[in-house]
Design a protein around this ligand. Structure first.
Ligand code: BGC
Length: 751
């Protein structure tokens, strides 16, 4: 099926465009242009702008329907168009045949790359590298815009403390400060320096708000978040996106404290519009306006539209309650004309800012920017920096082609290109992803040998028939690279898991390989923290690789062979077992914290000798996580000393310094983390809060002083009435390699 044949050569498109209104160049001119246009619009045209349709092959079965909807001004946006040609065809109808010639805006989920795939966002965050993440966002924008996409539904800025939630893969970790910094970098990368540039795409901060707090880690589930927690943990990253100039937000699926996020006057009108002064637009999530009926918050579509419009959800994704019910709602006075105008004004403003009125078409003659050498370089670098070295017994890594002649690459994920992509892989193609096995021969040297055996047909397979062959392969090798973990389809939206163990028969495979006595380097892929204590104990080295994207294999092999030195650090706490969840580093102390007593730590919990006491703990598990937030090793070692707080009276800014020395034999990068704790507060305060970080490159043997300056304001917090408190008193401050190490200094905050 085809759309009516409207495709003209590009030059003709461009000529036609000159007939359109001139692009206003300043914000003031944009406002004038918006008002002028608004004053000419009928109600139906306004509701058209507030409607987003899904473009799919089904809508192609009736192309006339899409075309006539555009012609009649009944649609303002499409999501998921399949090509620049489609975009140009629909755009041509909008800007030449519709009455007011308002261009469409086309969006898609460019989450971690369009065609060149970067690591999943959770992986990217482990680089703690805003500049590189921004560069990846830029590549993604350049690629996506070449297909007519001028809007991505990213970055995802949700905070979660629950690895069961499949969408943890899309987050930037559990910390609000880190998520804010990296999320803002993504916004800058997508939107570029100039929004009107044809390769800039509008970003969308989602899912506003609280979605990651889904009870039990079950997608779409209820969230209950007190206001203080909402403002201190869940809102800061969304605010940082606003400060970075994000043009759109997406209202979430969840109900928040009993009010669906897509009908939430408090979060949308009060916080986003009034407090933050956001002037772009809010799109609902997929039918999340309609789903307010299922939530039990709206009686029917009529009621759902009323809630959405009143709350300030400006554009409805896919469902059509606005289109079908607004006229009646206006007649009844249940919504006001001013609300409709405000929504349309916001949408038009963003379209003007993107330069769509002046330049609605996609230039299909420009050379393809997909998978360029530079894009692949950024992808390889980001994948390398996102991978975390969790263990390296007796410096098994890096491997040397001289001493490690025969390598066995084993495991169901060793050559699974599909699984390298991860969730939300947009237009990334599996056959363009390089697996570990596919590139290994480039690393072993001329005399080296690579053997391969998957051991299991698929990551989730329970069929153990091929394990024997893998064991045979392992026996012939000097070292085994064992590639295990979570296949991509277990991660992402609606991919929640009650157990976080390695799926299928991966544990029996690992045990069988370990029984050969060969040294094992475990490479774990996944969209979330997995629980793999047994496999970890059987391995001498562990790289946690997430789902690394197009350049998975080269990045992993660069690390295995020391062409790159691991620098990634975890941005999420790894539980020992699912029963510890929620487990996060910035928790409260409680009235009964487990005492830090090394003797007690050696006593098996839950045994007769266990001096249990009445503490906040489990009887059958140590309190500590498997790996703490901020943790990650390098092939070199770093030592921290001379922590100083230079302005202990803290009037103005707090300045802190520490000396970091590279005490190993290799150059490396250390991610230095600054944490504080307010000892006494009107509300109880977390035991640690990340306030700042720096990535520093140190040559072998080099020592450097790192300087941090903290604005006093960063020590404040919100209470449950929305009041910001900056309270004088004692604070602790750490400069440390992760959230579990280091000794603090004390300082006083004075008013
Ligand atoms: C997801 C959003 C996404 C939207 C459009 C929804 O199911 O929750 O994150 O942007 O679909 O694809």
């Amino acid at each position: 099926m085809r759309l009516p044949c409207l495709l003209l050569p590009c030059a003709a498109f461009l000529l036609a465009v000159t007939a359109l209104r001139a692009q206003p160049t300043s914000e003031a001119e944009i406002e004038i242009a918006v008002e002028k246009l608004l004053s000419q619009m009928t109600l139906a045209e306004k509701l058209g702008q507030m409607s987003q349709r899904h473009y799919n092959t089904k809508s192609l079965t009736n192309p006339a329907d899409s075309a006539s909807a555009v012609r009649n001004g009944q649609v303002g946006s499409f999501l998921n168009p399949d090509s620049a040609e489609t975009v140009n065809q629909l755009q041509k109808i909008a800007v030449e045949e519709s009455r007011l010639k308002i261009p469409l805006i086309f969006g898609i989920d460019v989450i971690h790359g369009y065609r060149t795939l970067f690591p999943i966002p959770l992986g990217q965050s482990c680089s703690w590298n805003p500049e590189l993440i921004e560069a990846a966002g830029r590549v993604a924008a350049i690629e996506a815009s070449s297909a007519g996409i001028r809007w991505t539904f990213a970055p995802m800025l949700d905070i979660t403390r629950d690895a069961r939630w499949g969408r943890i893969a899309e987050t930037l970790g559990e910390d609000p400060v880190l998520t804010s910094r990296l999320g803002a970098a993504m916004v800058r990368g997508f939107q570029g320096k100039n929004l009107t540039a044809p390769d800039s795409i509008a970003a969308c901060a989602k899912h506003y708000v609280g979605y990651g707090a889904a009870e039990g880690g079950r997608d779409y589930n209820t969230t209950l978040i007190p206001e203080a927690e909402l403002r201190n943990i869940y809102l800061p990253s969304f605010h940082a996106a606003k400060e970075a100039g994000v043009q759109t937000y997406m209202s979430a699926f969840n109900d928040l404290n009993g009010v669906p996020a897509s009908g939430n006057v408090f979060t949308l009108r009060q916080v986003l519009q009034k407090e933050w002064g956001f002037d772009g637009f809010v799109v609902s999530d997929w039918e999340s306006v309609k789903e307010m009926i299922v939530h039990g918050a709206a009686a029917d579509l009529h009621d759902a539209a009323r809630l959405g419009i009143n709350a300030g959800v400006d554009m409805e994704m896919v469902s059509t309650s606005y289109r079908d019910h607004s006229e009646a709602l206006l007649r009844e006075g249940a919504i006001s004309p001013a609300m409709i105008d405000d929504s349309v004004r916001r949408i038009l403003r963003v379209k003007f800012r993107l330069g769509l009125f002046d330049n609605p078409y996609t230039d299909t003659t420009r050379p393809s920017p997909l998978l360029t050498e530079e894009s692949l370089r950024v992808a390889r670098e980001l994948a390398t920096q996102s991978i975390v070295l969790l263990k390296n017994e007796k410096f098994l890594l890096p491997l040397s082609p001289d001493s490690t002649k025969t390598v066995a690459v084993i495991g169901p994920l060793a050559d699974s290109a599909t699984d390298m992509r991860g969730c939300w892989s947009c237009r990334g193609e599996a056959n363009e992803c390089r697996t570990v096995y596919s590139v290994f021969k480039d690393y072993v040297g001329p005399k080296g040998k690579v053997l391969y055996s998957p051991g299991l047909k698929h990551g989730s397979s329970t069929d153990t028939a091929e394990i024997a062959a893998a064991v045979k392969t392992a026996r012939k090798a000097d070292v085994v690279i064992l590639c295990v973990g979570e296949p991509h389809e277990l991660s992402g939206e609606a991919r929640c898991r009650a157990f976080l163990d390695l799926p299928g028969a991966q544990d029996p495979l690992i045990s069988a390989i370990a029984a050969t006595g060969k040294p094992i380097v475990l490479v774990v892929f996944g969209g979330r923290p997995l629980t793999f204590a047994k496999a970890a104990a059987l391995s001498q080295a562990i790289l946690y690789a997430w789902h690394p994207g197009t350049m998975a294999g080269p990045a992993i092999c660069d690390l295995l062979y020391g062409r790159a030195n691991p620098s990634g650090k975890l941005t999420v706490t790894f539980p020992r077992t699912v029963g510890q969840i929620p487990l996060y580093y910035n928790h409260k102390n409680t009235g009964r914290p487990v005492p830090i007593d090394p003797k007690a730590a050696q006593t098996p919990l839950g045994t007769a000798e266990d001096p249990k006491g009445y503490y906040s703990q489990y009887l059958d598990l140590p309190q500590a996580p498997a790996y703490p937030f901020g943790y990650g090793l390098s092939y070199t070692t770093f030592t921290y000393s001379d922590l100083k707080i230079e302005t202990p009276d803290a009037n103005g800014v707090i300045a802190a310094t520490a000396s970091i020395a590279n005490t190993g034999a290799r150059d490396g990068v250390e991610i230095v983390q600054l944490y504080t704790r307010q000892l006494v507060g009107t509300l109880t305060r977390p035991v640690k809060e990340l306030k700042d970080f720096q990535r520093i490159a140190l040559k072998a043997g080099e020592k450097r002083t790192v300087h941090f300056t903290l604005p006093k304001q960063s020590l404040g917090y919100y209470d449950n009435t929305g009041r910001f408190l900056l309270e004088p008193g004692k604070f602790h401050l750490w400069i440390a390699p992760n959230s579990a190490e280091g000794e603090p200094l004390e300082f006083m905050l004075t008013q």
